[in-house]
Design a protein around this ligand. Sequence first.
Ligand SMILES: CC(C)(COP(=O)(O)OP(=O)(O)OC[C@H]1O[C@@H](n2cnc3c(N)ncnc32)[C@H](O)[C@@H]1OP(=O)(O)O)[C@@H](O)C(=O)NCCC(=O)NCCS
Length: 177
Amino acid sequence: MKVVLRSLTLADAENVAAAMNNEKVLANLRDGIPFPYTLTDAEEYISYLLGADKNAVFAFAVEVDGKAAGIISAFRQNNIHYRTAELGYFIGEEYWGKGVMTRAVKLACGYLFDNTDLLRVYAEPFATNHASCRVLAKAGFSFEGVLVSNAYKNGKVLDMKIYALVREEECAEDEEE
Ligand SMILES: CC(C)(COP(=O)(O)OP(=O)(O)OC[C@H]1O[C@@H](n2cnc3c(N)ncnc32)[C@H](O)[C@@H]1OP(=O)(O)O)[C@@H](O)C(=O)NCCC(=O)NCCS
């Protein structure tokens, strides 16, 4: 199974819609995403990502054996958090449990640390999202803590977990000072 990251195109909308039109996927994402999730919804989301500031939103198709299985994106934060980015990702259910997203997270972070000034990439999965927590741990992220009662999703109060990967060279520089 070959996993690569590449630029998104509007032609990916069909596969993205197929992946997102699944309540099990949406249950692990933030609110505001329509369900059912249509081709038009996917086209609008991809258009937004393609039109966003290239230095603030870094979005890729997660391609598995030549087919877009999902999306991974990093969103640069504001103000004093300018050199941090939040990572978000999903793939269609038929691809789960095959190591796809672990590979994609590693590739995305490699790209971000090689091509941007970001110091820190973090993700905040629901504490109940064991698969996502495991992906982050397998991709080398540090578990930094539990954000207690940090979300209200589908009628439930949920804890979230925060994981981060920090640029190695900057840590080394700081230590030398
Ligand atoms: C989370 C998600 C991206 C994981 O992608 P994936 O390609 O299946 O992940 P991987 O196969 O690389 O790794 C999944 C790991 O979680 C484990 N896992 C899966 N379900 C689990 C569960 N219920 N409990 C514990 N571990 C679980 C797998 O066994 C695997 O670990 P292992 O390699 O040690 O066996 C995918 O399930 C998804 O798109 N979910 C919906 C959207 C989402 O949750 N996005 C993240 C929001 S923070």
